[in-house]
Write a protein that binds this ligand. Structure first.
Ligand SMILES: Nc1ncnc2c1ncn2[C@@H]1O[C@H](COP(=O)(O)OP(=O)(O)OP(=O)(O)O)[C@@H](O)[C@H]1O
Ligand SMILES: [Mg+2]
Length: 150
């Protein structure tokens, strides 16, 4: 089968203020709209993106404000990719952090389910992190076969 080609991509940068969680999910949903997704696919993408952006805000930068970069891509095989990057505290043990119910912040009523939600709503999730340097969360979802909007 032919290698998927890039169809469209965008990059946006915003400070880690909590209002920008809603902004990021709307931007991701608007960008994915050109693939004519189902309502369920849009809702899955919005939830997954907002979990990753919330993590960058509340864990990555904790009580400080830092820069979050979101890169969105579409490929010709109808794969949607979102990458959310922060240059915050980083994650010492990514495998442990990705386990269901693992949280370092139980006192703020966090349930430790963010990464599990992303894994369930998307087809793949990759987390790359180094303590003191930051975190990259890369998620992909192949959308159903509806005609592409030109
Ligand atoms: N961007 C990040 N920077 C630093 N640590 C992170 C980041 N994202 C996740 N983590 C760490 O991974 C843990 C698990 O994240 P996850 O989203 O699964 O759960 P949570 O955020 O603790 O709870 P919930 O998402 O259910 O509110 C977090 O508690 C935190 O320690
Ligand atoms: Mg979370």
């Amino acid at each position: 089968m032919a290698k998927p080609e890039p169809v469209n991509q965008m990059k946006c940068t915003f400070p880690s203020c909590s209002v920008n969680e809603a902004l990021a999910r709307s931007v991701a949903a608007s960008f994915a709209a050109q693939l004519n997704p189902t309502c369920e696919e849009v809702s899955d993408i919005k939830c997954a993106v907002s979990e990753a952006v919330t993590n960058a805000i509340v864990h990555g930068y904790r009580d400080s404000i830092g820069e979050i970069v979101m890169v969105l891509k579409l490929e010709s095989d109808r794969t949607f990719t979102a990458e959310i990057r922060d240059r915050g505290v980083g994650i010492p043990n990514v495998e442990e952090a990705m386990r269901p119910l693992f949280t370092t912040d139980p006192e703020n009523e966090r349930s430790g389910m963010g990464f599990t939600i992303i894994e369930n709503f998307m087809d793949s999730l990759r987390v790359v992190s180094s303590p003191g340097k930051g975190t990259r969360v890369i998620m992909k979802k192949k959308l159903s076969m509806l005609p592409l909007r030109k």
